[in-house]
Ligand binder design. Sequence first.
Ligand SMILES: [Zn+2]
Ligand SMILES: [Zn+2]
Length: 425
Amino acid sequence: MKGMFKHVGIIVLVAAIGFSMTACDSVLGGGGGGGGGAAGGEPTPSGSHTHQWDTWTVTTAATCVARGVETRTCSLDTSHRETRDIPVDPNAHDWDWIETQKPTTTVDGVLAGVCQNNLSHAENRPAYATGTSGLAFELINGNAYRVRKGTVTSGVVNIPAMYRPDKNSPYLPVKEIGYTGDISDSGAFYNTAITDVVFQSDNVITIIGSYAFSECVSLTNSNLSIPAGVTSIGSYAFSNSGLKGVSIPAGVTFIGSYAFFKCTSLATVTFPTRVTSTMSIGSYAFSESGLTAVAIPIGVTSIGEYVFENCDKLKSVTLPLGLTSIGSYAFSGCTDAGLTALTIPESVTYIGSYAFSGCAKINPIFIPAGVMAVGDGAFKNWVATQTINVRYPNPTAADAAWRNNWRTDCGAIIKYWNGSTYELP
Ligand SMILES: [Zn+2]
Ligand SMILES: [Zn+2]
C-alpha cells in the first residue's frame, strides 16, 4: 500500500515537471528535485545560447506499474535540464521466484513468479532438470557451461540442458562436454565406468570434447544419439568405448581423428542422408571398429587417411556423389567376406596409397574417369578372383596418369577401357 502511494506521488511530480519543460527555450533552474535558488519547476530564461542537449538518461526506470523518469542536460550549462516521463513498461516486473515443483534429475520442475509490484502479475518458468548429481560445471564465456564428470564415475549419466550453481544465478545452457584442464585428466568422462549418457530433449550441446568418453568400456549404448545441435566430436571422443551404435546428426562439421577408434562393439554408425555443411572425418576415426555397414552422407567430400582401416566386419560401404578424395589406407584391411561391392563415385579424383589394400572380396571395382592419381599399393593383396576396371586404354596410359606403383602387389585382373567396354590389355 505504501508503495502505491509513493508511485502515485512520483507520477504527479513527473507530470508537473514534464509540462513545465516542454518549451525548448525554458530551463529548470537548480535541476529537478534539487533545492537550488530557483523555485523547483519554474522556467527561467536561457540567456544567449541555444541548448546543446545530451542524450536522455534514465533516472528512474519504468516498472510494470509505474512510469519512469529520464533527464537530459545542456552541455553548455549543466544547470539546464529537461525531464520527461517514461511510459509504464508492462514487462518490467519485479519477480520473486518460488520453486513450486522441484526438478528431478531428468524432469523439469516449476518456478512460480509473483511480481512484487502487483501480486496479480504471475508467470511460470522451468526449474530445469538437474542432471546427475555430482557433475562438475565450468563457466565458458560467461554465458554457457561445460560439463564433466565431477564425482560421477559410474552408472547412467544424465546431462542437464541448463544449469545454475545456485538459486541466485541465472540458468545458462550446457553447451559442451569436456574439460580444458591438464591433459593427464583430459576427457570429461575418460576411463570411467559409466553405462549410458542421456541428454535432455531440450539440450543445446554443441561440442563433445576430445577423449570425452574414451575408454568407457561400460558405455554400451546400442544407439547413442549425438544431440542434434552438436557440430564437433573431438579426437578420441569415444575411442575404445563399449558403444554398439551411434547416430551422427546432420550439423556435425568435425569428427576428430580416432573419434571411434577401436570401438570393437560399434556395429552401426548412422549418418544423415545429407550433411548441412562440410563434414570432415579425421584420420582413424572409425579404424579397427566393429562397423558392419556405413553410408557416408552427401556433402562429405573427403575421407581421411585410415578412417575405416581394419574394419574387418565391414560388409557394406556407400560413398556419396560429390566425394573427391579417398585417403591413404581408408579401407585397408576391410577383409570381411561380405564386402563384395563398392562403388567409387564419379566425382572422385584421388585414391590414396593402400586405400583398398586387402579388400579381397570386392568384385568388380570401377575406377572412374575423373581419377587423377592412385597411390602406391591402392589394391595391394587383391587376388585373381577380383577385377579392376580402369578407364584408360592400356596399362601404360594408366601408369603414366597415376603412379607406376598403383598396382603393386595386386593380383587382380585389371581391365582397360577400349572405348566401348573393359577388356584385358
Ligand atoms: Zn543550455
Ligand atoms: Zn509486475
